[in-house]
Design a protein around this ligand. Structure first.
Ligand SMILES: Cc1ncc(COP(=O)(O)O)c(C=O)c1O
Length: 384
């Protein structure tokens, strides 16, 4: 029998992927399943990005790139922070990675030692725990309330901070809640962590998908924090495996040391093509798509309430609705099972995002066309 490392026992299962598997099996049996499960935009890369990819491939630009990414892309990302997210950053501090996942993994491995603990809100993106575990450290989920927008507050961080705490991993807007951290609270959070000599890892993967506020990177508050982002969500390129992080100047070399051997470089062709994401033509398309996401959110929210699917905090970003289904007298697992098998609608049960609300909450991803969402409501009306 092959023996496995202890971290395999510590690692959590990503239930959203399990839901996708179950939905796929039903599809193979001929069922029409509408997926509100996995967090993946239904849009794909704009034509100009695809054309650039084809040209890069034809030009043979398919070798390894520098470990930190090609400089024109790092510069384009830095320029975008200035023009759209209010932050002036040095392109040298932008590190291109294999998705936000690659960035989170590298950040954890560069910053954490065995025995260190990282505070995160419960609910949080489930894979975060595994990045921390793989770095030998321990994730500490702190239950956060609807009054706190399901986000860590500075007070909670101060209360839960111990000698072992190395820092916090937060996301704004968040997966699974779609809620952002209020700017004043973020100021206090950063101050609380920095006073204790800790590190703030800030996941801004959904920053481009803000609906009710002007998106501002946390780098505008403190240039020394570690910020994660990606081409997966706002830029609709999940499978291209391209993301980035912005790190303090003295962290560039340590990350490079690991990145160069762990993955050699992020996908080179994808990097060449991604420069086109920042053209006026592509950005106009992305802006229209952001508005389409907002329209879907505004369509679903009131209809969910009528169906007894209660949304305690209005999501202001991302493409998720985190909803309380407890008035249906079922656990979230049973509820998700019923929706999948009786209505052909896939959603993710709360368990994925931490134990605090495992039983009573579900996550709905509305990265699905509006006409399909109309159908979701019709199907739910029939079974609920
Ligand atoms: C909050 C958050 N961070 C990171 C990721 C990973 O994204 P990717 O590796 O595709 O960039 C996701 C994906 O769903 C996410 O929701």
């Amino acid at each position: 029998m092959t023996r496995f490392a202890h971290r395999i026992d510590q690692a959590l299962t990503f239930h959203a992927m399990e839901v996708t598997k179950a939905a796929q099996q039903l599809r193979e049996q001929g069922r029409d399943i509408i997926s509100l499960g996995i967090g993946e935009p239904d849009f794909t890369a704009p034509p100009i990005v695809v054309d650039t990819l084809a040209r890069a491939a034809q030009a043979g630009l398919s070798g390894y790139s520098p470990a930190l990414g090609i400089m024109p892309l790092r510069t384009a990302i830095a320029d975008y922070y200035k023009s759209h997210w209010g932050a002036e950053i040095d392109p040298q501090q932008v590190i291109v990675t294999a998705g936000a996942s690659g960035a989170l993994s590298l950040a954890c491995m560069t910053l954490l030692n065995p025995g260190d603990e990282i505070l995160m809100p419960d609910p949080a993106y489930p894979a975060n725990s595994n990045f921390i575990v793989c770095a030998g450290a321990t994730p500490r989920l702190v239950p956060c309330t609807a009054q706190e927008r399901f986000q860590l507050s500075a007070d909670k961080i101060a209360t839960h901070w111990t000698d072992k705490t190395r820092g916090v991993l937060i996301a704004s807007p968040s997966n699974p809640t779609g809620t952002s951290i209020e700017r004043e609270e973020l100021v206090r959070i950063i101050q609380t962590v920095r006073e204790r000599g800790g590190v703030v890892i800030m996941d801004e993967i959904y920053l481009g998908l803000c609906y009710d506020r002007v998106p501002r990177s946390a780098l505008t508050l403190d240039p020394e924090i570690v910020v994660i982002n990606s081409f997966s969500k706002y830029f609709n390129m999940t499978g291209w495996r391209l993301g980035w992080m912005v790190v303090p100047a003295n962290m560039v070399e340590p990350v490079e040391k690991l990145a160069a051997s762990l993955s050699i470089c992020p996908p080179t062709l994808a990097q060449h093509a991604a420069i086109s994401c920042f053209t006026e033509e592509a950005l106009a398309i992305y802006e229209n798509r952001r508005l389409a996401f907002m329209e879907r959110r505004d369509f679903l929210l009131p209809r969910f309430e009528k169906l007894g699917i209660h949304v305690p905090v209005k999501p202001d970003g991302a493409f998720y609705i985190y909803a309380d289904i407890s008035q249906h007298g079922m656990s979230s697992d049973q509820f998700a099972h019923k929706l999948l098998h009786e209505a052909g609608v896939a959603v993710v049960p709360g368990l994925d995002f931490g134990p605090a609300y495992a039983d009573k909450m579900i996550r709905v991803s509305y990265a699905t066309a509006l006409d399909r969402l109309h159908e979701v409501i019709e199907r739910l009306q029939k079974i609920l």
